[in-house]
Design a protein around this ligand. Structure first.
Ligand SMILES: Cc1cc2nc3c(=O)[nH]c(=O)nc-3n(C[C@H](O)[C@H](O)[C@H](O)COP(=O)(O)O)c2cc1C
Length: 307
């Protein structure tokens, strides 16, 4: 069994966290990942309180370890989302993208670990000095929102050298090979979104699955134009990575025009990272977690080759 700070601290058998993915990672996916030995997180965006509580009801059974991920900029006007999250008694709470610092103490006092995602070494230093329990070094190849300033490997190397808190690696980790690489580098585990996107238990609708399966590694784009078109209130410093479409091919970089003309994507927006090229079919989350566990053998093989 692969043992790290993360597995020891939370009683996991595989050092993999299923990232919070609003609208995709609900209670069923989180429960399936946790039951398979990883840690499943419920992703919370701007949903109504009842919708979030319904997702927690699918995963919180008193015994099972699970986590939750919230958006800091949403909490600024929806603070009740943190209240209902802590009522569900998660073992780990991630708050990212915006003013997350003000919530650190409250989350830790609830008994949960506090995590946040960082996209540069400077952000990692700041987060480590703000009392977070675990940092997520999230490279620009990752799916959904974040920064696209540094790719996962250079970011992870810089962050591991810069801070003393445990670090999880995120962005483009889709198979046991990726997990083995970041564990060998010194990460306490991987924080994985895209690889769980098309799981049987995910909330992604069929049209999103079709887009994901058709996409190759080069078919994603990091852009702010999709939020401009949706009228989403994401701070513009955070773009999102999604599967390219006719809409992004036409409008990427033209956010003001999109706002002025009201241009809208005609097809489903599928947020996904560069690892989308590795997805070919809907699989149970337990299979995906079991696949990641093969990192142990890869690391053993690598060790036996070194002399
Ligand atoms: C569909 C999708 C939705 C996401 N939604 C959120 C979210 O609600 N909150 C959050 O903190 N991160 C969100 N993310 C980012 C993930 O937490 C994580 O950084 C990312 O998935 C890691 O890269 P990977 O997709 O290559 O595994 C989302 C990612 C995806 C793919």
């Amino acid at each position: 069994m692969l043992a790290t700070w993360l597995t020891d601290r939370l009683g996991l058998t595989v050092p993999v966290v299923c990232a919070p993915m609003a609208g995709v990672a609900g209670g069923a996916l989180a429960a399936a990942v946790s039951d398979a030995g990883g840690l499943g997180l419920v992703g919370i965006g701007r949903e109504p309180v009842e919708g979030v509580q319904a997702q927690f009801a699918l995963v919180a059974n008193g015994d099972r370890k699970f986590g939750a991920g919230l958006l800091a900029w949403v909490l600024a006007d929806r603070p009740e989302l943190l209240d209902i999250t802590l009522e569900a008694k998660p073992s780990l709470v991630s708050i990212s993208f915006g003013d997350w610092q003000q919530h650190v103490q409250r989350v830790k006092e609830s008994g949960a670990l506090f995590a946040t995602q960082v996209g540069t070494v400077a952000e990692a230093r700041y987060a480590a000095s703000s009392g977070v329990d675990v940092l997520v070094a999230r490279g620009g190849e990752g799916g959904g929102h974040g920064r696209d300033l540094v790719a996962t490997l250079p970011l992870l190397q810089g962050v591991l050298d810069a801070v003393d808190v445990p670090v999880l690696a995120a962005g483009g980790i889709g198979t046991a090979r990726g997990l083995a690489a970041v564990l060998a580098a010194g990460a306490a585990g991987a924080w994985v979104g895209t690889a769980f996107l098309t799981c049987v238990e995910s909330l992604l609708p069929p049209q999103g699955r079709e887009v994901a399966f058709a996409a190759e590694d080069r078919d994603t784009i990091y852009t702010t134009v999709l939020d401009a078109a949706r009228g989403a209130a994401w701070p513009t410093e955070f773009g999102g990575r999604a599967v390219r479409s006719e809409f992004t091919d036409t409008w990427h970089g033209r956010d003001d025009e999109v706002r002025a003309t009201g241009a809208k994507p005609e097809t489903w927006i599928t947020w996904a990272g560069q690892g989308v090229g590795l997805l070919h079919e809907s699989r149970p989350a337990a299979d995906v977690v079991a696949g990641f566990a093969a990192a142990e053998q890869l690391l053993r093989d690598a060790a036996s080759r070194s002399r």
